[in-house]
Design a protein around this ligand. Structure first.
Ligand SMILES: Cc1cc2nc3c(=O)[nH]c(=O)nc-3n(C[C@H](O)[C@H](O)[C@H](O)COP(=O)(O)O)c2cc1C
Length: 387
C-alpha cells in the first residue's frame, strides 16, 4: 500500500479504482473548466507569513459552525451520487465525518436516502435541499429531513438549471451505469468497485425513487430529474422554505456581494461562498477571490463559509484568515471515499487537519479563531479590477 501523504495521493488511487464515468463526473467543471481550474490556482496566489519564536504548544483547530462544535471548521459538502463512488458511500462518509467531529451534508441527489443515513449513523447531519417544481415533493423532503433530526438545512441556490459538463454527456452518466460496450469494457477493469457495489444497500437515487409519483426506476428518473429543478426560484420562495424548515439554514452558492446581502437580510444562519466547484457558471470568479468582497459586505451580519477548490489544510487556513468561519470540501473527500471507502474519507480529513495544524503553527498561531489577514500576503489586485 502506497504511503498517502496528501489529497493528490488519494486522487490517484481513486482514479484507478472507480469507473471512468463517476471519476469524470466528479473531476470536471462546466464548459471550458476555467472556473474549476481557477478555484484551486487562485489559492496559490495567496502566500503565508511565517512567524518564529512563538510558543506553539497546545494548539487547537476546534471551532464552531452554525453553533455546532467542530474538530476543525471543515464540513463535508453535499455531493450527488456519492454512493456510486463507493458502495453506500453516503453512509461511509457520514460515519467518517462523525468520528472525526465535522459535519456531513447529505445531498438531495444522494444514493443512500435520508432515512438510511440517519439509521446507519444515529447522529444528526446536515441536509442539502434542491428546490424542485413539485412543491409537495420539496415539502416532503423537508419533513423527512426534520423527522431524521437533521441539524441544518443547506439550501443550494446555484443550480436551478444545470451547467453543461461535456464529459457527463459523452459518458451517458447514469446511476446505476447503463451497460453499453464502452461502460462494460471499463467496468471489467474495476472489479473491486463492482464486487462492493453488488452488496450495496442501494444503487439508485434514494431520496427520489419511491418518493415521487410515477418515478419507480432509473428508466424515467433521468427525465424527471432534469426537468425538476424549479426555474422560478426567487428570494420569496427561499424565505418561505426557511419558514417551513424553522431551524438552522445555510444558503449555498453565493458568489456576489449583493446576493450575500439578500441572504443576510433573510436571516439565514450562514452562507456558503461557492460556485459549485466550478460546475455551474464557467467564467465566474473563484470563490476565494470573491471572499474578501463578500466579507466586506456582510461579514458583520452573517456567518460566512467557503467552498470550491480546497485541496489542503493550507487552503482552509487561507479561507479562514480571509474571514470565513468555516469551509466545505467536496472532491477532496470524494477522492478518499473512492480510493478507500470510509477509511479514505478519514484519511482525507486527517491529511487536511494535519496540514491546517502545522501551517497554523508555522504562521505563529495556536488557534483557528486567531487567524486573520495578518497571517497572509495577498496580492494587491487579488480581487481583480473588473469594469
Ligand atoms: C461530483 C459532485 C457532485 C456535487 N453534487 C452536489 C449536490 O448534489 N448538491 C450541492 O449543493 N452541491 C453539489 N456539489 C457541489 C459541492 O457541494 C461543493 O460546492 C463543491 O464540490 C466544492 O468544490 P470542491 O469539490 O472543489 O471542494 C457537487 C460537487 C461535485 C464535485
Amino acid at each position: 500500500m502506497a504511503v498517502i501523504t496528501n489529497i493528490e495521493d488519494l486522487k490517484r488511487i481513486y482514479e484507478r479504482r472507480v469507473p471512468r464515468m463517476f471519476y469524470d463526473y466528479a473531476e470536471s467543471g462546466s464548459w471550458t473548466e476555467q472556473t474549476f481550474r481557477e478555484n484551486s490556482s487562485d489559492f496559490d496566489l495567496i502566500r503565508l507569513r511565517q512567524r518564529v519564536a512563538v510558543d506553539m504548544s497546545g494548539r487547537s483547530t476546534a471551532s464552531q459552525m452554525v453553533g455546532q462544535d467542530v474538530a476543525m471548521p471543515v464540513a463535508l459538502a453535499p455531493v450527488g451520487l456519492t454512493g456510486m463512488q463507493n458502495a453506500d458511500g453516503e453512509i461511509k462518509a457520514a460515519r467518517a465525518a462523525n468520528e472525526f467531529g465535522v459535519p456531513f451534508t447529505l445531498s438531495t441527489m444522494s444514493i443512500n436516502s435520508i432515512e438510511e443515513v440517519a439509521e446507519a449513523t444515529g447522529r444528526p447531519f446536515w441536509f442539502q435541499l434542491y428546490i424542485m417544481r413539485d412543491t409537495d415533493y420539496t415539502s416532503r423532503l423537508i419533513q423527512r429531513a426534520k423527522a431524521a433530526k437533521c441539524s441544518a438545512l443547506v439550501i443550494t441556490l446555484d443550480l436551478q438549471i444545470l451547467g453543461q459538463r461535456h464529459k457527463d454527456l459523452k459518458n451517458g452518466l447514469s446511476a446505476p451505469p447503463k451497460l453499453t460496450p464502452k461502460t462494460i469494457a471499463n467496468l471489467m477493469t474495476k472489479w473491486a468497485w463492482g464486487i462492493e457495489m453488488l452488496g450495496a444497500k442501494r444503487r439508485n437515487f434514494g431520496n427520489i425513487v419511491g418518493h415521487v409519483h410515477g418515478v419507480s426506476d432509473t428508466a424515467n428518473l433521468g427525465a424527471w430529474t432534469a426537468e425538476q429543478f424549479d426555474p422560478t426560484l426567487d428570494w420569496g420562495k427561499v424565505a418561505k422554505l426557511m419558514e417551513q424548515w424553522d431551524g438552522k439554514v445555510i444558503l449555498k452558492g453565493i458568489l456576489d456581494a449583493e446576493d450575500a446581502k439578500m441572504a443576510a437580510k433573510l436571516g439565514a444562519d450562514a452562507i456558503v461562498v461557492s460556485n459549485h466547484g466550478g460546475r455551474q457558471l464557467d467564467g465566474a470568479l473563484s470563490s476565494i477571490r470573491v471572499l474578501p468582497e463578500i466579507m466586506d459586505a456582510v461579514g458583520g451580519d452573517i456567518e460566512v463559509h467557503l467552498d470550491s477548490g480546497i485541496r489542503s489544510g493550507q487552503d482552509v487556513l487561507k479561507a479562514l484568515a480571509l474571514g470565513a468561519k468555516g469551509t466545505m470540501i467536496g472532491r477532496a473527500f470524494v477522492y478518499g471515499l473512492g480510493a478507500m471507502g470510509q477509511a479514505g474519507v478519514t484519511k482525507a480529513l486527517e491529511v487536511i487537519h494535519r496540514e491546517l495544524d502545522v501551517t497554523m503553527a508555522l504562521c505563529g498561531e495556536k488557534n483557528v479563531a486567531n487567524l486573520g489577514s495578518h497571517n497572509l500576503l495577498v496580492p494587491e489586485d487579488f480581487g481583480g479590477r473588473w469594469a
